[in-house]
Design a binder for this molecule. Structure first.
Ligand SMILES: Cc1ncc(COP(=O)(O)O)c(C=O)c1O
Ligand SMILES: [Zn+2]
Length: 411
């Protein structure tokens, strides 16, 4: 495919509204559907990709998520802002699996640049923003997306504004500051932060990169699905357990599986997709249980796993659709279970983030219910490293002893 005189490796053709099907140009800055407010999805000429690239030809490519270049939206290589992200390890957790009686896999995005899977969305969104000559980007974040946006914006030379809850993990706040972003701490939750971005973006000339309000973060996140397929030898696990906040990862993986089937790289088999949330913030779980089509705001949201503290995800409808289409489910777990599972992952040499630990807690619930069967292959998606949560985890995990103590509390 040629754009002017420059060879392009992207086969993007247009953007399409996920709700009403309206089409939009990918060569201009776009946010959500101007007709109905639905999320816009990038569409590609997959027939052309199919004739040019076989899955075997991926083998010699660099081990980053940009190996799926043809199905990513950036037209010109020089616009790609990359820190070598993606193609993170996927491997069996043998001991833990044996204990639970399932064939257990982990996909570990704790090893991503900026310490979380959010780098996938931001390398794509910032690259595309750069390609479309955007100068100033802003977003509301629980922490990790802000850190990733600030980092990629710094490398791209864009000005970045981040709004995050005041009690977000210190590492994320400092990361944004060190990366030169304008960081504002909001006395509220991520939806309040998103409200600020929405109200002020025109006045300050920001392009809003908040979850699923621009079309390209989800494109980066879908590489999780491509990698799971490729690293699994083009065979997908029976169940994928994913810590769900805004839902980009879940929606992105599902999009990937659809594209992979169109490319003929996988068949029609699909994993059952599981959304794990915390009992203190479980809007998707409640909506799924009720059989609702939309997600209602969860009151007084709180959890130690800040990335999944999203009281009303913008893409609620799409998350529910993925869960239903895949034959999946939604499950909530307590913060105590999450903290316990951070320690259980340690037995595999992993210091996972609380959101990642929630997947193990969720799986245990599903095994107890018999929803997951012992013979099945289950993939737990670890979305980040525990090292970004030292202040959040340290407080509840480490017992304090009085200076005059003559007995010790149990560990
Ligand atoms: C570590 C971590 N896990 C999971 C999530 C939830 O991601 P998603 O928006 O894909 O549901 C977040 C979002 O901030 C996060 O930071
Ligand atoms: Zn629409």
């Amino acid at each position: 495919m040629y754009i002017g005189a420059v060879e392009s490796h992207s086969f993007i053709t247009h953007l399409e509204c996920s709700r009403c099907g309206a089409r939009f140009e990918h060569t201009r800055v776009q946010s959500v559907c101007t007709k109905c407010g639905g999320t816009l999805f990038a569409r590609y000429d997959l027939e052309a990709v199919k004739t040019r690239v076989g899955r075997e030809s991926l083998k010699g490519r660099p081990p980053t998520m940009w190996r799926y270049r043809e199905v990513l939206p950036v037209l010109h290589d020089e616009n790609i802002v990359s820190l070598g992200e993606g193609y993170t390890p996927l491997y069996p957790l043998r001991r833990l699996g044996e204990r639970l009686g399932v064939s257990l896999l982990v996909k570990d995005d704790g090893l991503m640049p900026t310490g979380s899977f959010k780098a996938r969305g931001q390398t794509t969104a910032i690259s595309k923003a750069k390609e479309l000559s955007v100068r100033r980007v802003a977003l509301a974040s629980a922490g990790n997306a802000g850190g990733a946006m600030a980092t990629y914006a710094a490398k791209a030379g864009l000005e970045a504004y981040v709004f995050m809850p005041r009690d977000a993990p210190s590492a994320a706040k400092l990361e944004c500051h060190v990366m030169g972003a304008h960081v504002y701490l909001v006395d509220g939750l991520i939806n309040h932060a998103a409200g600020i971005v929405q109200r002020l973006r025109e006045r300050y000339g920001w392009f809003d990169l908040s979850t699923l309000k621009e079309p390209y973060r989800v494109e980066g996140k879908k590489t999780m699905g491509y990698e799971i397929a490729e690293q699994g030898g083009w065979r997908l696990p029976d169940v994928i357990v994913y810590p769900t906040g805004g839902g980009t990862g879940l929606v992105g993986m599902w999009k990937a599986f659809g594209e992979l089937e169109e490319l003929g790289w996988i068949g029609s088999e699909r994993p059952r997709m599981v959304a794990v949330q915390s009992e203190g913030c479980a809007p998707v779980v409640e909506a799924f249980r009720k059989g609702a089509e939309a997600v209602e705001e969860f009151p007084d949201a709180h959890t130690v796993a800040g990335g999944i503290r999203v009281p009303k995800p913008y893409a609620g409808e799409q998350i529910l659709r993925v869960l239903r289409e895949s034959g999946g489910t939604a499950v909530s777990v307590s913060d105590t279970e999450i903290l316990g599972c951070v320690r259980e992952f340690a037995g595999e040499g992993l210091f996972v983030c609380p959101e990642g630990a929630a997947t193990l807690a969720g799986l245990k619930r599903l095994l107890d219910d018999g929803w997951v069967e012992k013979s099945e292959e289950v993939l737990l998606y670890n979305t980040g490293t525990g090292l970004k949560y030292l202040d959040v985890l340290g407080e509840p995990m480490l017992p304090t002893v009085s200076r005059d103590a003559d007995t010790l509390p149990t560990h």
